[in-house]
Design a binder for this molecule. Sequence first.
Ligand SMILES: [Zn+2]
Length: 210
Amino acid sequence: MEEELKNKIVEYARLMEEKGFVVGTSGNISVRDGDVVAITPTSIDYHVMKPEDVVLVDLGGRLVEGERNPSSEVKMHLSIYNSRKDVRAVVHTHSRNASALAALGLSIPPILDETVNYFGGEIECTKYGMPGSSDLAKNVIEALGNRNGVLLSHHGALACGKDLKSAFENAERLERLAEIFIIASSIGKPESIPEESIDMEKDIFEMMNI
Ligand SMILES: [Zn+2]
């Protein structure tokens, strides 16, 4: 079971690099399996990363298995699993359009239905926290709430989901929504969808997300 999990993590980590969501060793991916979290190691290029480089830690951050050190953002990943029982996978990227908005401290408002259907509402930008810090982990929990994505102030983006496939798709969607928000804002002033639609779609999101 854990071998298969490690293979999948390496496969998606490479895909994250191929899609241009990260450069070098930036970004990280984790998956929760019961009380164990499998996470990408720190400082290893994705194209040479092997399944055995993936590190297993418990929910308190103690090493369970692995020769490598876990990602420097392990606190951020663990704080999400410790506060959100529904989240089984987390994907952190430095994708371009999301990072541009994060550099400005802007959130992505629900200007498309997708924002509510897949993320549960506005994709908020966190308060600033140094990479790898407990502050960043705390700020992410605050801005994430019960939704599936956040922008990390002056840093990048984070998406989560009920499994690795949905967390990765949410990372792709988040980047796409950031791009559409930038395009729409360059032409006019995009408005959020009506409040009653947001409420109805949030109810559906909560049912689907369990
Ligand atoms: Zn980062």
